[in-house]
Every structure is written in C-alpha cells, then in structure tokens.
Write a protein that binds this ligand. Structure first.
Ligand code: FUB
Ligand code: ZN
Length: 683
C-alpha cells in the first residue's frame, strides 16, 4: 500500500501539490490531528475498529454484491438491464464501505482489500457518464429511470432523487481513499462529477436545495484537497438555497408540506432550531460549520450556533441519540423526547459526531466534545452488535414486553433494504483516531481518552504523546509527553462535563445530586496547578522528555434527571458512570425491567466483568420491583437485585424488555397482570 505523503498534511487534512491549485489558508481556527498520525492501542476502541475491519467491512462489501448494488454499477456501465435494488441512493452503500475500508487500510494495510477496492473503483468509473454524471438509477436505462429520479437529470433533486446525495458520498469516499492510499483513481471520478455539479448549479445556472444534504460537506472536502474555489462556492450556494422554494405551505404543521423536513422552510440564516429529517439536518449543520469556517460568514456561524443550542437544550436523548420522531425520521418539537417511540437513527448519531467535531474546531469549547463523547460511547455504538454484523437502524430507549404493550421487541439485523446505517458505521469507526487530538499553535488539545500514541509537530518541534488508561471504566488517565528536546507549549486536557457535575452542556439533563469529588491533576507525581479554559485544564509548562501527566476523573455512578419539560422522564432517573449511560435488560433482571423502581436513596456497586458482553463495568443495587398478586387485585414490591449494563451493549443476548429511565416511585410503574408476567418470565 502506498503510504500517506506526510508533506501533504495541511491543516489536519491532506493536500497534494500536484492536485492543489491554491490552498486557502482561512479555515477552522483549530485543526484536528489527522487520523493517520494517531496510532491506537486501546482496549475499548481498538477491538471495535478491528471488528469493523475484519467483520463489518467484508460483510458490507459482500452484502453490496449479494443485494445487486454492485450489479447496478455493472449495468450502468453496460447501459442495459433494470435497476436491481430498491432505492436510488443504494450506490452510496458502496461509496461508504470504500470510505471505511480506506480508513481501515491506514490502520491495517491489506493488499487484497486494496486490490478489491480498486476493482470496485473501476466499476464505478465505468458507470460514470462521459460528462461526469454518476447515478446508476438513471444511467442503466435513462428512458425508465427510478420512480424517484424524474425523467430528466436533477428534476426531482429537491425531493427524493438523491442525485446530489450520491455525489456527496462519492466525494467523501474519494477523499478518504486518496488520503489513505495516495491513489487518485476514485478522486478523479469524484472530481469529474463535482465539475459537472459546479457547471450545472450556481448563480445564473440551476438552483436547488439538495433534497438530502451531504454534497455540501463532500464539496468542502474536495475543495480542501484541490483548493478549487468552485467547490467551496457551490457548497455555499447549495446551503444558501434553503428557504428559496416557494411551493410549500408555511402555515402547515406538516414537516413535508411546510418544507422543514428538508430544512427548506426558511433561509439558513433565519434557522434557529434543529428540525426535520435528522440525518439531513445534521449533515447540513456540519456543512454550515465548514463553510462558516472557510469563508468567515458570521451570520452562518450565528445560525449554526443557535441550532446547536436548540439541539443540546431540547432535542437530545440522554444517550446522545437525535431524531425522536419515526414519521419522517426527524427531530420532534422542543422537549419531545418520548422513550417508547424513540427513533434515534444510527446515521443521525454518525452525523452528530461530524457536527460536534466541527463545532469544537470552530470554538475550542469542550462542550462540543462532551456531546460527541456521549454519542460515541452510547447512542452510536448501540447501533452495531458486538458481532460487528448485526445492526440497529433505530435505537430504542425503552422496550416493554410486546405481549402486554403491543410494542414489537426489536432485534438487530444484518442488513436493511434501506441500509444506510451499517455502512455509515463502517466509515465512521476507522476514522476515530482523527477525533482524539487537535492543535492550535501552542495549544495541544486532548479530546478523547483513547490509548495510543501520536506524533505531533508543535512549533516545529517533534512531540510524542502517549495515553495509557482503562477508559471508560476507570477515570485514571496517564499521558506521557515526550518532546524531542524541552519545549514550551500548553497541553489542554478536556475535563469532561460529567466530571464537573454537568450531565450535558445545558439544563436538559442534570445529575440528581452534585458530587463532592474533584478532578486531580499531577505532573511527575506532584499536584499541578492549572487554569480552566472552555472546559479544558490548561497545563502550561516547559515540557521535558517523558514528563508524566496523571489526571484522576471521579468515576462514580450518577443518577441523571431530565428537565421537567421532558414529559416521559418525569419522576424517573437514568444511570451514568463516566461517559457511559446504562440500561437494565431483561436477561439480567429476572426476565423483566419495566417493573423496576430506583428510589432516590439507591446506592450502586460497580464491578468490572471481563466475561460479560466483551468486558463491561456492571452496576448492581438492591431495589424494589413491582409484582401483581395472582388474582390481579393488589400489588406489592419485592426486593431484587437490579443489574444494569451499558446501554450500547443491550440486545446482544436475545429479545426482551429494556429500560433506560427508571421510575423513582411505584406510582410511575406500568402494571401488567400476573398471568402475563408469568408468561414473560417463562419465555
Ligand atoms: O435518504 C437516505 C437515507 O435513508 C437517510 O439518511 C436515512 O434516514 C434513510 O432514510
Ligand atoms: Zn441510516
């Protein structure tokens, strides 16, 4: 495999002098340390990345073959046949898997995989029309395009054709492939398509607010690689097209009729609230952050700041999930966060990671990383089973037995007809090393606590940082800082909100009681004085080779309560330890969880179980559970051991009840008859 060219690293992204025409300097004030520069050695994440490489990516490629997604490209090349899958965006599953596989090649070089990717890229290239158009749902048989595609190119782009969505994923994939392998075969296909897109859309040309955002983020990535201004200006043009279509009914409360489903109900400059289809929305907000950073557009920045505040104060589940409403896979109204029907698409969590990373790079505030960490350790990885090949599309917040409540108990599936989520995870996981560190001049940010090593250049001085910890189970963090020779710089260690008595950076969730435990920081064994800046402990000193920083984060089990406006959570508590949010699952709790009460005085014991669910810290406590008498005339409580597991680990041991929010009093428990209860337990 061709190694990444170190000389191409510009601003945390890579630019080839042979490709770049002019590299624009204005950008995010903070730069992420590129994923290629961070080598992980982590007990929690590395096995997940390995499973992604060994299981998820091969399974995704295999499913793209088996479900005719690859065949679509072959037929488009031959201009014959019939589109053989369901959705016009099915091409993107191949792009996303190539993207994930490319990142993965940087971690685990694999000649066979690289050759397979090259074969697929050849097929993609052959499916591209001479002018750059790439959309198998039309090219296979232009006289009979997909029903969502319209009779002519772009005609239905505002609604459902996904032509530009496909382009966006192509660009993201091409840049990852180029960065990881140095090869331009996919990049050239992407650039040809992007040139067509830029020639077609823009002032005085066609105008549309893309029906499913991501082309904007993709164009920005191409701009970073090539320096070609049209890519950035077209991204901005697309963003600014929102709110221009006049055919909606602004008075309608229906998200489709009033345009909010597409974030198309008003100009982005007037948008203040996270609305509509959550994946679309969070890709748009990510692109707004990109474009605001690259162009200095303060109005766009103000909008995306307001939208983020709305999301984090009113529309975020305690697990980091977003997009509460199943109809339209969309954000609900303010505080509309029901548990029983929570949608929480896995792709929305992927998009939320992208968005929060960009917000951090804009503002340098740890609150964005706090949200990102919450998503990463909870609502994102709940989307994939421990086997790496079974997935949730929607991430439930509460499962009550179907026999009683008529709710079907979800099971993970290997693939979906609309299989956006598995392939989105496949691409996000191996890019994780790129989220650990960031830099701005003299400041080195440590955002995530993931074991491994990074080699940085701080003020032209080589500095190696090594992390050793047992996070997220243990709060003792150790960093070895090794400049080549003594060097002055600031190490900014994120002190997570949860370690500072802040459940989220808003009043949406708070801890039931403050903890008196304090963070402690030592350097070379001695207490280190530090100042706080935007949620970071600033350790300013002349660093010497092998200085050791020890940070102790208080790792207690905390009860979380929701803002009383979240109706479903009133009178209830959730459990959190470190960044990990817990749930109770039927398997550990005598077959049921919807009868469990967690009174205010409950104290939990935390114990690490290496053999349970690939190694977890489990929480236990003795609590009352509600029982109904045989004649269904009276209820009583019996004391039982409540065993809680990390939310992300549920649904790996069969179907059954699951609870995140526990009533504190028995009056808030849903009763079921004794007969049904016996049936459930016997199951
Ligand atoms: O429309 C493409 C993808 O399909 C969306 O991002 C998902 O929500 C699913 O609807
Ligand atoms: Zn999805």
């Amino acid at each position: 495999m061709k190694k990444v060219f170190p000389a191409l690293a510009v601003a945390g992204l890579l630019t080839s002098p042979s490709v770049a025409q002019s590299v624009k300097r204005s950008d995010y004030p903070i730069q992420a340390v590129a994923f290629t520069k961070v080598k992980l050695a982590d007990n929690f994440w590395l096995p997940r990345l390995k499973t992604n490489t060994d299981v998820t990516i091969p399974a995704s490629f295999q499913r793209c073959e088996a479900t005719n997604r690859v065949k679509n490209f072959e037929m488009a090349a031959a201009k014959s046949g019939k589109f053989a899958t369901t959705f016009p965006f099915d091409d993107t599953d191949i792009y996303k898997t190539i993207e994930g596989a490319s990142y993965s090649l940087s971690l685990y070089p694999d000649q066979k995989l690289e050759s397979y990717i090259d074969e697929l890229i050849t097929k993609v290239g052959k499916a591209q029309e001479p002018d750059g158009y790439l959309y198998t749902a039309r090219t296979i048989d232009p006289a009979h395009p997909h029903a969502w595609a319209g009779n002519t190119r772009w005609e239905k782009e505002r609604e459902l054709s996904h032509e530009l969505y496909n382009s966006g994923h192509l660009y993201e994939s091409a840049v990852a492939h180029y960065e990881a392998t140095g090869k331009k075969n996919l990049l050239n296909i992407a650039l040809k398509n992007a040139d067509l897109v830029c020639a077609t859309f823009g002032p005085g040309k066609r105008a549309v607010a893309p029906g499913h955002e991501i082309v904007e983020m993709g164009l920005v990535k191409l701009y970073r690689v090539t320096g070609k201004p049209e890519y950035l200006s077209t991204a901005k043009f697309f963003i600014e097209q929102r709110g221009q279509y006049k055919g909606y009914d602004p008075k309608s409360s229906d998200a489709w009729r009033n345009g909010s489903y597409w974030q198309d109900h008003k100009s982005v400059y007037d948008q203040k609230e996270a609305v509509g289809h959550a994946v679309r929305a969070e890709y748009l907000y990510s692109a707004m952050a990109d474009v605001a950073a690259l162009t200095g557009d303060q109005k766009m920045l103000a909008s995306v700041d307001s939208i983020w505040n709305n999301m984090v104060t009113k529309k975020l589940y305690v697990t980091g999930g977003t997009g509460a409403v199943p109809g339209g896979e969309r954000f609900g109204g303010n505080y509309e966060l029901p548990n029983g029907t929570a949608y929480n698409e896995t792709c929305a969590s992927v998009a939320n990671v992208y968005w929060n990373q960009r917000m951090f790079l804009l503002h340098g505030d740890s609150k964005y990383v706090d949200v990102m960490e919450k998503v990463l350790y909870n609502g994102l990885i709940s989307g994939v089973g421990l086997d790496g090949k079974s997935f949730f599309y929607s991430n439930a917040m509460q499962i009550k037995n179907s026999a009683v409540f008529g709710q079907s108990e979800p099971e993970r599936a290997g693939w979906f007809e609309c299989s956006c989520c598995p392939t989105n995870l496949a691409r996000l996981f191996p890019s994780l090393p790129g989220y650990v560190y960031a830099q701005k001049a003299n400041d080195v940010y440590v955002n995530l606590f993931i074991n491994g090593t990074t080699d940085l250049n701080v003020n032209k001085q080589a500095v190696r940082i090594t992390q050793q910890n047992n996070y997220p189970w243990n709060g003792d963090l150790k960093f070895t800082v090794a400049p080549k020779s003594s060097a002055d710089f600031n190490l900014l260690v994120r002190l997570p909100g949860w370690a500072r008595n802040e459940a989220v950076p808003s009043n949406l969730y708070t801890f039931a009681a403050p903890s008196p435990e304090q963070v402690s920081i030592k350097v070379n064994g001695k207490a280190q004085p530090y100042t706080m800046r935007n949620g970071y402990a600033v350790l300013a000193r002349k660093w010497k080779k092998n200085d050791v920083v020890e940070v102790a984060l208080p790792m207690e089990t905390r009860k979380v309560v929701a803002n009383p406006n979240v109706r479903d959570d009133v009178g209830k508590v959730a459990l959190q330890r470190g960044p990990v949010v817990y749930c109770a699952e039927w398997k550990d709790n005598d077959g049921r969880t919807s009868n469990i009460v967690v009174p205010a005085a409950t104290r939990f014991t935390a114990s690490y179980k290496p053999d349970v669910l690939n190694g977890i810290t489990e929480l236990t406590a003795t609590v009352p559970v509600v029982k109904v008498d045989a004649a269904n005339n009276s209820i009583s409580t019996v004391q039982q051991t409540l065993t809680a597991i990390p939310y992300y680990a549920w649904a790996n041991r069969g179907k059954g009840e699951m609870t995140v929010w526990f009533p504190e009093r028995i009056t808030d428990v849903d009763l079921i008859t004794r007969k049904v209860e016996e049936k459930i337990v016997a199951k």
